[in-house]
Design a protein around this ligand. Structure first.
Ligand SMILES: Cc1cc2nc3c(=O)[nH]c(=O)nc-3n(C[C@H](O)[C@H](O)[C@H](O)COP(=O)(O)OP(=O)(O)OC[C@H]3O[C@@H](n4cnc5c(N)ncnc54)[C@H](O)[C@@H]3O)c2cc1C
Length: 666
């Protein structure tokens, strides 16, 4: 027999957050008179330790078996109160939260309105809590391994931390080498460390770590399962080079018939490579790859008598018969570290990026100043007649950031500093050049940033407050048209070189990973975290975490910090060896299920499958829920034609009385 409900109602002041717009005493007094309510109290901070002790004491002394907390959103403190009542011996699912902060005090200005609505929400919660069923949490084993997608600095750092803790890591990188964008940078603000010098050791560590299986030139094709138990399938793309035989000597590339004719992605198209190539000298793994789109043998079926690379490869590593391979494995957690795309400057045609070769992007500038870049670090431009060192240089900030005309209202967070860094590097190489930076604001928020910005200004770099409206050609010069907004002066500055400080955008190909892992995007289109403040590296898919610029623009220190946070979070299930499964899952009434499979198709978590059961002597198809995958979202219940599937704690018998208790809300 179910025991008679004895309800305790706890109304939180939340300091003055709630009590300034809701008369909390009046709400408690009102609740006290409702059916089955034994106790109704208020307290300044219900979530605090004394607040929780108050509830536990009442459970003990008054024999309460159902609890309603009227406070903030359940997203904030439901786990806190569930834990508290469980400690006092009450089933943690005998709890309802009335959200009188976000839904009352934060949206109403008048105390009468706020209080009236709070009373309705509390009475609705009481109506429901009386009808809740006891639920049991279950645990399943977790695979002690992690998948990291993307091997920029974020993915490398996360993989190293997890591997150092003793867990197996599969690090999947779609390009032939690890390193990401950081490998392309020359020096890094604000400390001016050489990017390659601090990154390369980590790249090598990741490739050699006994607990890391590096799958470069590979892509994740399938992820099935749930936290603790993901089944992963990865496609290793054919390199047409035997990985074990290749010594990385480079003889093949120097003999390639299209040697130095293909734009190098690493050098932003400013340098050239062969069809068989190593993306950059410090690439990891140091194994050559044939670019099937440009190799004469693979595209046209012939390349001289025999392909030259095959002829000269002493190790016999070239293999044109090679095909894509598939690898399958199981992991307990996944980290998405797929990074960003630099903003495509062609989308601001007024800056003439597609028209004038001497208008370049910040990423191109990184390669131009780099000693390992296409010019050996010399800043040279072609002025129509000859190659010269530019004397007048303009750098423009916020290109593609804080700009609703291109759909990017957000700040890219790194451009203020990388533009300052590039001005410093240009000053280093061109001591006599006039360097101007056109800006809207300077955001130098990080450790050492303000000091670095001051240093650059002292190096005779002129900051002009004004966003250029246009760049056009006058003779051999480029003209930057702007307004100096500090003294309302229109400008037409003649320069030799313009560097566009392009912002960071979500990757154009992010949809694939999004669909694989059922992730969402925030309004800025980067991957959405579970909670911006309290769960910044988690996602709505349990066991899947975010690291680095995949979640939003950030510099290297923040990327590394977030990668470490994602690694620590991913290791929780791996270290525990088991995961707790959500108890509020959907259940099917197999006696009434019609087997239409609508619920199977509608479930966003692929948590429902059809199974054959024997019903009154007949074999019939019915739906069955995989409790480990179900999130209790209720989509199945809304779609079911025969009311045969309902989420526990949200059954019709529980929520209809709740709705009735709300009455008609004004
Ligand atoms: C011009 C410029 C200059 C900068 N200068 C500085 C500086 O001086 N100091 C500083 O602190 N920051 C600087 N930054 C920022 C810095 O580049 C980033 O903080 C850093 O690169 C972010 O690393 P990440 O690993 O998150 O992303 P990325 O570097 O973008 O790495 C992501 C990796 O994931 C791989 N990948 C993507 N999708 C998939 C997939 N589906 N499967 C497998 N692999 C995938 C990519 O190939 C790549 O290797 C600069 C940025 C720019 C644009």
């Amino acid at each position: 027999m179910t025991e008679k409900p004895k309800v305790g109602v706890y109304v939180c002041h939340c300091g003055i957050n709630i009590s300034s717009t809701v008369d909390v005493d009046a709400v408690a007094e009102f609740a006290q008179k409702l059916p089955d309510v034994k106790v109704a109290r208020t307290y300044s901070y219900m979530c605090s330790d004394p607040g929780q002790v108050l509830i536990k004491k009442d459970i003990e002394e008054e024999g309460l078996n159902r609890i309603v907390v009227a406070s903030c959103s359940p997203r904030m403190h439901e786990p806190t109160f569930r834990k508290a009542i469980a400690e006092a011996g009450v089933n943690p699912y005998f709890l309802e939260m009335a959200n009188i902060r976000e839904q009352c005090s934060w949206v109403h200005e008048e105390i009468e309105e706020g209080t009236a609505k709070a009373k309705k929400l509390v009475s609705a919660s009481i109506a429901k809590v009386r009808l809740l069923e006891a639920l049991e949490t279950k645990e399943v084993e977790a695979e002690p391994a992690a998948l990291v997608i993307g091997a920029g600095i974020a993915g490398i750092q996360a993989a190293l931390d997890i591997a150092d803790a003793g867990f197996q890591v599969y690090l999947v990188e779609k390009t032939p080498s690890v390193g990401g964008r950081m490998a392309q940078l020359d020096k890094t603000f604000p400390t001016l460390d050489c990017s390659a010098c601090i990154l390369t050791p980590k790249m090598v560590d990741a490739a050699n770590h006994p607990n890391i299986e590096l799958l470069s030139y590979s892509e994740v094709e399938e992820v099935n399962g749930f936290i603790g138990n993901f089944d992963v399938r990865v496609r290793k793309k054919a390199r047409y080079v035997d990985f074990d035989k290749c010594t990385g000597c480079g003889d093949c590339a120097s003999e390639c018939r299209v040697k130095d004719r293909i734009p190098s992605e690493f050098d932003q198209g400013m340098g050239k490579r062969s069809a068989i190539y190593l993306p950059f000298p410090q690439a990891v793994p140091a194994k050559y790859t044939i670019d099937a789109g440009h190799c004469l043998y693979l595209t046209r079926g012939k390349c001289g008598k025999t392909p030259k690379c095959q002829e000269v490869c002493g190790a016999g590593a070239i293999n044109f018969e090679q095909e894509d391979e598939f690898v399958e494995f199981k992991v307990g957690a996944v980290i998405v570290a797929t990074g960003f795309d630099p903003f495509d400057a062609s989308r601001k045609p007024e800056y003439g990026y597609d028209d004038y070769p001497n208008v370049i992007t910040g990423m191109e500038m990184e390669r131009l100043v780099s000693a390992s870049g296409p010019t050996g670090g010399k800043i040279k431009i072609f002025n129509g007649e000859e190659e010269i060192e530019p004397k007048e240089v303009a750098l423009i900030k916020c290109v593609g950031s804080r700009d609703s005309s291109v759909g990017n209202e957000y700040c890219s967070r790194v451009c203020c500093m990388y533009v300052a860094k590039q001005a410093h590097l240009i000053r280093d190489k061109l001591p006599d050049a006039n360097i101007r930076i056109y800006y809207m604001d300077v955001r130098a928020f990080g450790k050492g940033f303000e000091e670095f910005y001051d240093r650059v200004r002292r190096e005779n770099v002129r900051y002009i407050r004004g966003n250029p409206s246009e760049i056009f050609k006058r003779g051999n010069k480029l003209v930057v048209k702007a307004e100096d907004t500090l003294n309302s002066r229109p400008l037409e500055d003649e320069v030799d070189l313009v560097v566009l400080g392009v912002g960071l955008e979500p990757r154009a190909d992010m949809r694939g990973v999004m669909d694989l892992l059922r992730l969402s995007q925030s309004p800025d289109r980067f991957f959405l975290e579970a909670h911006p403040k309290l769960r910044p590296v988690d996602t709505a898919t349990d066991g899947v975490f975010l690291a680095g610029c995949a979640q939003g623009p950030k510099d290297i220190p923040d990327t590394v910090a977030q990668a470490k946070a994602a690694a620590a979070s991913a290791m929780i299930p791996l270290a525990r060896g088991k995961v707790t499964i959500n108890a509020q899952v959907a259940v099917v009434n197999e006696a009434t299920c019609r087997g239409c499979a609508y619920c199977v198709n509608i479930c966003p978590y692929t948590a429902i499958e059809m199974v054959t059961v024997n019903r009154f002597g007949n074999e019939v198809e019915v739906a069955r829920v995989n409790e480990a995958l179900c999130k209790g979202c209720g989509s199945c219940s809304a779609a079911c034609l025969s009311d045969s599937i309902q989420p526990k704690s949200f059954r019709d018998s529980q929520i209809l009385p709740q709705i009735a208790a709300l009455g008609v809300m004004r």
